[in-house]
Design a binder for this molecule. Structure first.
Ligand SMILES: Nc1ncnc2c1ncn2[C@@H]1O[C@H](COP(=O)(O)OP(=O)(O)O)[C@@H](O)[C@H]1O
Ligand SMILES: [Mg+2]
Length: 199
């Protein structure tokens, strides 16, 4: 724990930054089981927003675990710390007026609540998107073969099989990827962003 530190305010406040860049930041937090479609949706959404010339950036679970979070595993404490750091990083991007897309299983309600609180207490917008599909569906998709390995006992603490997933109770957006295809899933989020004046 650091002591003797003082927060140094910038010369440009949040409102002025947003006016100058003509964009409001928002964190779009995608949560759901492995293979529910978080990364696929985040990629397509990021591409769509960039083509609209919006400053958008994707933070993706696996990618972040190659770098910033390479020291963390998948036990409960590591998952808590994984999400705490992502909450802080997404807050930084969003305060830089980015449309920040996060794609993490983020299975624990308390962790997602913490990420939300980090944003909202700083006056930053946080949109929770439940990327939902039943276990049978995601297990049948199994794009990385992970469910097969988890069923065979080769991966421990696997969400949905041997580790819990706590679904959001009141997400801003609920997408059922077994009912909506990719373009429909992206459209739902884009419409929400337009309706709220982010794009
Ligand atoms: N509506 C949909 N949205 C996103 N992905 C979908 C959808 N329907 C089927 N899929 C498929 O489901 C899989 C989701 O994988 P991925 O995006 O890597 O999931 P996650 O990042 O949640 O683990 C992909 O193979 C994708 O093609
Ligand atoms: Mg993914």
């Amino acid at each position: 724990m650091a002591t003797n530190i003082t927060f140094h305010e910038g010369s440009v406040d949040a409102q002025e930054r947003s006016n100058l860049l003509q964009q409001r930041g928002v964190t779009i937090w995608l949560t759901g089981l492995s293979a529910s479609g978080k990364s696929t949706i985040a990629c397509a959404l990021e591409q769509h927003l960039l083509h609209l010339r919006k400053f958008s950036y994707r933070l993706d679970g696996d990618n972040i675990r190659f770098g910033l979070n390479k020291d963390l595993g998948f036990d409960e404490k590591s998952r808590n710390e994984n999400i705490r750091r992502i909450g802080e990083v997404s807050k930084l991007f969003t305060s830089a007026c980015c449309i920040t897309l996060t794609a993490f299983i983020s299975p624990y309600r308390a962790d997602r609540a913490l990420a939300r609180t980090l944003h909202e207490s700083a006056g930053l917008a946080f949109v929770e998107v439940y990327v939902d599909a039943p276990l049978e569906v995601v297990e049948a998709r199994d794009p990385k073969g992970l469910y097969k390995k988890a069923r065979a006992g080769e991966i421990k603490d696997f969400t949905g099989i041997s580790a819990p997933y706590e679904p959001p109770e009141k997400p801003e957006i609920h997408i059922k990827t077994h009912e909506s295809d990719l373009s429909e899933s992206v459209r739902i989020i884009v419409e929400y962003l337009a309706e709220k004046g982010f794009i």
